[in-house]
Write a protein of this length. Structure first.
Lengths: 284, 314
């Protein structure tokens, strides 16, 4: 079991609330050896050419058929794919594990772009529940609104909604950045563990409820704070990062980030230092 | 899981039967144990339309007890006799299925409580809806099956709400299917997606106030709860806002009256709802694909927030 020790060295990242402890002890990390590069193969990935572009009309396709066709096009080297007539279908664009320019001309249903690792996606419509759930890397931009559980459990990448989002945005997120141009619903950042959420508009009740770590920035009004969510000082580093991030996200570039509120975990709910029952028994 | 859908045309009528069928069929993966429609048709407003059942659909998958069809005829006779005794005149009679009937009734009253109690005192008889415009049609199967069975695709009206049900809390039967009539109010109907956790507490209180429950489906509570609030003088919107604290659990529900359609979402926002709103049409459903069945072109939709109540007029 890893031990948790508080680091005394304060880096810039730490001052922004990104890292507060270091892990020592047993690790399951596998180290990459360049000499064995050919042995490392990410199943289901392709070398694609961004300049090779095609359209795919999914009007009369089911979600599995459309996703298989996207996979087929990537296997042919297409690096830019424009999806026509998504019509609010569910589970479109899931499980893409390589670089790809993907453009949806319309809206998606629930679990759109779920479990992806790497693609750059633009959705010119709205998305339903659980958009980009488990995103590991890449960028997903939604031009309109999004449903609840937006960016649930993401581990990395940038997830941007230019409109408003429903409840439980960033629930259980473990990394990455979620940026909302409009308002967000109740329980935003519920049980988040890492990563950052930026909301330019208002946010509903129970913000950051039971959050373990991570940071939430809010530009508008907050309905109420959840358990263990507390205010923190907005540093100049935070403001620099926010400006940079909003610019890259093509959203709120002129927004006055100096007036944003910063919310972090109060860590009163943390029990990491407590011994497990079996360990307690041993200690006695 | 269940799926709900609704639409309201503002300032005009449309083929709401066919439109709602498309919306509910798009949600059939959310449940197809039963499907129900509450359709607000164009009528002259003179007579009451009474949709009622004298038995259950005992087809495949039903949890109802099998009965001989002759029992249905006996019950119908008693209904006809009771109507006659109350001075209600049957203007038109349709018997779509052995257990399901539609009457147009000439009856002068503002209080439907007494009327409904007398009809429903007949064992096995339940009024599905009562109103000058409202018709509740519900049966086992998915939206298309029910629509075809009752020829609903040609019904023209201003607004409608519907429900595709996956039975979880109660049986697979018509009495537990949505929509629920807002008994004893003319032209009030409710559909619901979610679970109510204070059903029995509220039911006991409301029954003590004289309200009636026909099923053990928790969703029926919403119809009765709103109806009771309206009885006490609240407007539809006030009753719905009150329900956000009076009802415990997770819910998104729609209520429709003769000239309005409303939605409410609980404070946890745990159940989905997507909404499209324009000057001449409001369409909403558990998923966007429901709205897409009536508006296939690109549109702006959004999710209402937690604790939100909205009401639109025709």
């Amino acid at each position: 079991m890893a031990n948790i020790k508080t680091s005394e060295k304060k880096s810039k990242a730490q001052s922004m609330g990104m890292h507060t402890e270091v892990l020592t002890g047993r690790t399951q990390q596998k180290f990459f050896n360049p000499d064995e590069a050919e042995n490392f193969y990410y199943f289901g990935t392709y070398d694609v050419d961004f300049n090779k572009r095609t359209d795919l009309d999914v009007m009369n396709m089911s979600a599995p058929e459309a996703n298989k066709e996207i996979d087929n096009l990537m296997s042919q080297g297409y690096g830019t794919i424009v999806i026509k007539n998504p019509q609010g279908k569910h589970s479109l664009g899931v499980g893409i594990l390589n670089k790809l320019n993907l453009i949806f001309e319309g809206s998606l249903g629930y679990f759109g772009m779920g479990s992806c690792d790497g693609p750059i996606v633009r959705i010119n419509g709205r998305v339903g529940w659980s958009c980009a759930e488990n995103l590991m890397a890449g960028k997903v931009v939604i031009e309109k609104n999004a449903g609840s559980c937006f960016g649930a459990a993401i581990r990395g990448g940038d997830l941007i909604c230019k409109g408003s989002v429903g409840a439980r945005t960033g629930i259980d997120m473990k990394g990455g950045t979620i940026i909302i141009g409009g308002d967000a619903g109740a329980f935003t950042g519920f049980m988040m563990q890492r990563g950052r959420i930026i909301i330019l508009g208002d946010v509903g009740i129970n913000l950051g409820d039971s959050m373990y770590d991570g940071t939430i920035f809010v530009g508008g009004e907050i309905g109420s704070y959840g358990s263990d969510a507390v205010d923190a000082e907005l540093t100049s580093s935070d403001q620099d990062w926010l400006r940079r991030k909003l610019k890259v996200a093509e959203i709120g570039e002129d927004f006055d980030v100096s007036k944003m509120k910063k919310i972090v975990a109060g860590k009163k709910l943390w029990n990491y230092d407590n011994l497990e029952p079996t360990e307690k028994k041993g200690a006695i | 899981m269940c799926g709900i859908a609704g639409l309201i045309h503002r300032g005009k009528s449309s083929n709401v039967g066919s439109e709602l069928q498309g919306m509910l069929q798009a949600l059939k993966h959310r449940g197809e144990d039963s499907t129900g429609y509450a359709l607000y048709g164009d009528t002259d407003g003179k007579n009451f339309i009474m949709r009622f059942k004298v038995g259950e659909n005992v087809g495949e998958g039903s949890s109802s007890v099998m009965e001989d069809v002759s029992v249905y005829d006996e019950r119908k006779k008693i209904v006809d006799q009771t109507l006659s005794e109350m001075g209600a005149k049957i203007i038109k009679e349709e018997r779509t299925l052995p257990y399901s009937l539609r009457y147009e009734v000439d009856y002068e009253t503002k209080d439907l409580l007494d009327f409904s109690q007398k009809i429903e005192s007949i064992p096995g008889v339940e009024i599905l809806s009562m109103g000058k415009s409202l018709e509740v049609i519900k049966d086992l199967g998915n939206a298309k099956m029910v629509c075809d069975r009752y020829s609903l695709d040609k019904l023209v009206g201003t607004h409608a709400i519907g429900h595709a049900r996956m039975a979880t809390e109660s049986g697979v039967d018509i009495k537990s299917a949505h929509p629920f009539w807002g008994y004893p109010f003319s032209d009030v109907s409710v559909v619901h997606n979610g679970q109510l956790t204070n059903y029995w507490n509220n039911r006991r209180v409301l029954e003590n106030k004289g309200m009636r429950f026909m099923s053990e489906c928790d969703s029926e509570l919403i119809a009765v709860y709103i109806a009771q609030k309206m009885r006490e003088g609240a407007s539809l919107e006030e009753g719905m806002k009150d329900s956000l604290t009076g009802l415990d659990g997770v819910f998104t529900y729609f209520v429709a009256t003769k000239d309005s359609l409303g939605m409410a979402k609980d404070t946890m926002a745990a159940k989905p709802l997507v909404l499209y709103e324009s000057d001449d049409l409001v369409a909403m459903g558990s998923e966007e694909i429901a709205i897409r069945s009536v508006l296939p072109h690109e549109i702006d939709t959004y999710d209402p927030f937690d604790g939100e109540v909205k009401v639109w007029q025709i």
